[in-house]
Design a protein around this ligand. Structure first.
Ligand SMILES: [Mg+2]
Length: 380
């Protein structure tokens, strides 16, 4: 047994420099947040995880530092399934904090898998049964937002020139603007680059009806989150409307949300976020569910190098890996400075998992000290 002796969450933030604010279906990005989770053990092995900020990073950190800490300190750090089950029972099944609890649990679970890897001396993908195979990536993250079609096409082309063979555009603006942007990018990048689009839940069924013919014409690879996750009926209607497949999952929590998403049959690309859906433990379960249904597994990534590195380890360890979501933001200290470079995109647009024990991102506590929590919403 390797006893958990301490559990601490640290919310970190930075302001997006003026002029670099990307606008997308959920608003204009003005700052970036993350919640880092540190787990210490009686053997001196320390693990780091990342919980999604839930647009209120201080609240997620508080939940981890209080209720979750009381549940988990004293348990065996190697008992990831036991920790998951205990937190589920005490915070997700009754009288708990729902999605916030899933995000907090995800951060703890990532730290525990980091500890397992360090204790074994193995990179996470090896613990999960994977290999260091190339994983295809698309140019995504908070980028390719609402802007003039010509400048968007230029931005997309720059990512293709740097190696990416797929790009994800932000839609969910007016149908007219969205269509003009998709068409401009298709013209710029040519026929061989995969164009994906993400509405960030900002479409109505009528919007979708208007954009679909143009998206089919432009061979769009998927339409991500046209609607909020609870609009189950909209997804079913949308899936019957045209030939562009739907993607969703970054706002679904635990295998129980994914059960309905999968069984409804409307979505072909399934996108759990390891920092939201329930960590590595739960995301591997979800990946297995999608494998059985012959669906493509494409984890959503945000916000630090930890989430990105873990996502690649998981992709390298499943039999239905789709894309890794590359973060192409020009300036992103959460990606670059938390603890080393999480990945490099090669000339064929692929990434590989890190080779260090655990997830491979060793958090620099000086970064934490230099990026204290900034209160308020990250999108306005
Ligand atoms: Mg998305």
């Amino acid at each position: 047994m390797m006893k958990i002796t301490a559990l601490r969450a640290v919310p970190v933030s930075y302001r997006v420099p003026e002029g670099q604010n990307v606008t997308l279906g959920i608003g204009r990005a003005v700052k970036r947040d993350a919640v880092l989770v540190k787990v210490e053990t009686d053997e001196g092995v320390v693990g780091w995880g990342e919980a999604h900020h839930g647009r209120c990073p201080g609240a997620i950190a508080k939940l981890i530092d209080t209720t979750m800490s009381e549940l988990v300190v004293g348990m065996d750090a190697l008992d990831v399934v036991g920790v998951w089950a205990k937190v589920y029972r005490m915070q997700l099944s009754s009288h708990g904090m729902g999605a916030a609890a899933a995000m907090a649990l995800s951060g703890i679970d990532l730290a525990l898998w980091d500890i397992r890897g360090k204790a074994a001396g193995w990179p996470l993908y090896q613990l999960l049964g994977g290999t260091a195979k190339p994983i295809k990536a698309y140019a995504g993250g908070i980028s390719l937002g609402y802007q003039a079609p010509a400048s968007l096409a230029e931005e997309a082309l720059s990512y293709v020139k740097s190696g990416y063979r797929a790009v994800k555009l932000r839609v969910g603006d007016t149908p007219k603007n969205d269509i003009a942007r998709v068409q401009a990018v298709r013209t710029a990048v040519g026929a061989d680059v995969d164009i994906l689009v993400d509405a960030n839940t900002n479409y109505s069924l009528d919007d979708l009806r208007r954009v679909l013919p143009a998206y089919e014409e432009a061979a769009v690879g998927w339409i991500e989150e046209p609607f909020p996750p609870h609009d189950h009926r909209n997804y079913l209607e949308a899936a019957a409307m045209g030939d562009v497949p739907l993607a969703a999952g970054e706002n679904h929590f635990t295998r129980f949300d994914f059960t309905r998403l999968i069984e409804d049959g409307a979505v072909r690309f399934v996108q759990p976020d390891v920092s939201k859906a329930g960590g590595v433990t739960e995301t591997m379960r979800i990946a297995a569910m999608t494998s059985a249904w012959k669906l493509s597994f494409n984890p959503h990534t945000l916000a630090t190098g930890i989430n990105m590195a873990v996502s690649i380890h998981v992709l390298a360890s499943v039999d239905n890996a789709g894309y890794f979501e590359g973060d192409v933001a020009r300036h992103n200290p959460l990606r670059d400075e938390v603890g080393g470079t999480p990945y490099k995109v090669d000339s064929s647009g692929c990434v590989r998992p890190l080779e260090r024990p655990g997830h491979g991102i060793e958090v620099d506590e000086a970064f934490i000290a230099a990026h204290p929590l900034i209160e308020g919403p990250c999108y306005v």
